[in-house]
Design a protein around this ligand. Structure first.
Ligand SMILES: Cc1ncc(COP(=O)(O)O)c(C=O)c1O
Length: 404
């Protein structure tokens, strides 16, 4: 076993195209949301085959804006959105920042995703949406979730932050519900450094999202010409009542979360090499998943089912009941050997104090709480290869043997 490998969790590939576009943008003096952002959005939309992609400054903002569309559909600020109990905390935070109350539902141990059989019991007359998360890129059970939503007249928003490249019954994550929210933060498959993208087939939602990301202004154009050249005259601006400037009238409460040109340039470069990044990461993931049973019964992970392709975000590892070691011991062993780890998040309602105000009690989400205490995840990114994956397996193996 090589003793000196480093397996960082995430990476960023900044291509020559990205560098060229960044330089051009800097030289033009135009770095705020403009033509590069539009180009990135168009490419992102055509990759998924959707009508609309709206780029924002983070995956969290993507979640928030996708949910905030509900206000245009008549939702009230005390209404409820159903989310899985276990996710990166941004999922729960986003519900609150969009102006709603998160209602949590436990997850399934083998998929790590929201338990579809528990959703209906959480629906009340205030429920407006369900936001499943494709955790670690594994698609949530969307047919069942969409059917429940249809029965109850609810919107479905995919939290696809970690699900670039995921396929569910042949269809890509990001096209499986009314709206979807991606993160393009560094650790993700398509990265802009910091950033996020909302996808939808609804042109109406696209318009609302573009307004929301820019303070709720009343402009409705898909492609704004204002940010291309300081002196551009926009003939559509003064079409408000009595010739009022619609760019400075605000019919809805908005946010300020546009993507900038430098981020979009990195994203355009990333999209050019997307296929090779995806393949490399997927090969890495499958290499480990196929060899993981040897750590049973102490450790488990998830599996790729025939009807899906997991978006290769990371490898989840759960320390099972009865294992003769703790999460801390495994984590320290991996970190000492150069393998960066993350926890597998937490049960937001019962393990993240920020959500205490909702009044949930410890024990209400047994699966999420177990995973929150006993889960970790490690990277599979494109700068790692089969050699590094074998090194990871070797490190886990030696750790298990030492503890046997
Ligand atoms: C499931 C999930 N939702 C939302 C987010 C938020 O994305 P960001 O960090 O870009 O704000 C993340 C971040 O990785 C995530 O994992």
């Amino acid at each position: 076993m090589t003793t000196s490998m480093k397996l960082p969790f995430g990476t960023i590939t900044i291509t020559d195209t990205a560098k060229r576009l960044i330089t051009a943008s800097l030289e033009s003096g135009r770095v705020s949301c403009g033509t590069l952002v539009r180009d990135f959005e168009d490419r992102f939309a055509s990759l998924l085959g959707v009508n609309e992609a709206v780029a924002v400054s983070s995956g969290t903002d993507a979640d928030i804006l996708a949910l905030a569309v509900l206000h245009d559909l008549g939702a009230s600020r005390s209404d409820e959105v159903i989310v899985p109990a276990l996710s990166f905390v941004a999922t729960g935070n986003a519900v609150v920042h969009a102006g709603f109350k998160p209602v949590f539902v436990d997850i399934e141990r083998d998929t790590l995703n929201i338990d579809p059989t528990a959703i209906e019991a959480a629906i009340t007359e205030k429920t407006r949406a369900i936001m499943p998360v494709h955790l670690m890129g594994k698609p949530a059970e969307m047919d069942t979730i969409n059917a429940i939503a249809k029965r109850h007249g609810l919107l479905v928003v995919e939290d696809a932050a970690e699900a670039h490249g995921a396929l569910y019954k042949g269809r890509p994550a990001g096209t499986l519900a009314d709206l979807a929210a991606f993160s393009t933060y560094v650790a993700h498959i398509i990265t802009t450094g910091e950033g996020g993208v909302i996808t939808t087939n609804s042109e109406q939602f696209g318009e609302i999202l573009r307004s929301l990301r820019s303070h709720g202004r009343n402009c409705t154009c898909k492609h704004c010409i204002m940010n291309t050249n300081e002196l551009t005259y926009c003939a559509k601006r003064f079409r408000g009542k009595g010739g009022e400037d619609v760019r400075f009238t605000f019919d809805r409460i908005g946010y300020s979360c546009k993507m900038n040109e430098l981020e979009a340039a990195i994203g355009i470069g990333a999209l050019e090499i997307y296929d090779s990044i995806l393949k490399k990461r997927h090969d890495n993931l499958i290499h480990v998943l196929e060899r993981f049973d040897r750590f049973s019964p102490w450790l488990s992970t998830f599996r790729e089912e025939p009807q899906e392709q997991i978006g290769p975000h990371a490898i989840p590892i759960i320390i099972n009941e009865g294992a003769p070691f703790s999460r801390t011991q495994l984590t320290q062993h991996l970190e000492k050997n150069g393998i960066e780890t993350r926890t597998l998040f937490a049960s937001m309602p019962t393990q993240c104090p920020g959500f205490e105000y909702l009044g949930y009690k410890s024990g209400q989400f047994p699966v999420a709480e177990y995973v929150g205490k006993n889960g970790i995840h490690v990277g599979v990114h494109q700068d790692l290869g089969i050699e590094e994956m074998d090194y990871l397996l070797c490190c886990i193996n030696s750790f298990c043997n030492d503890n046997y």
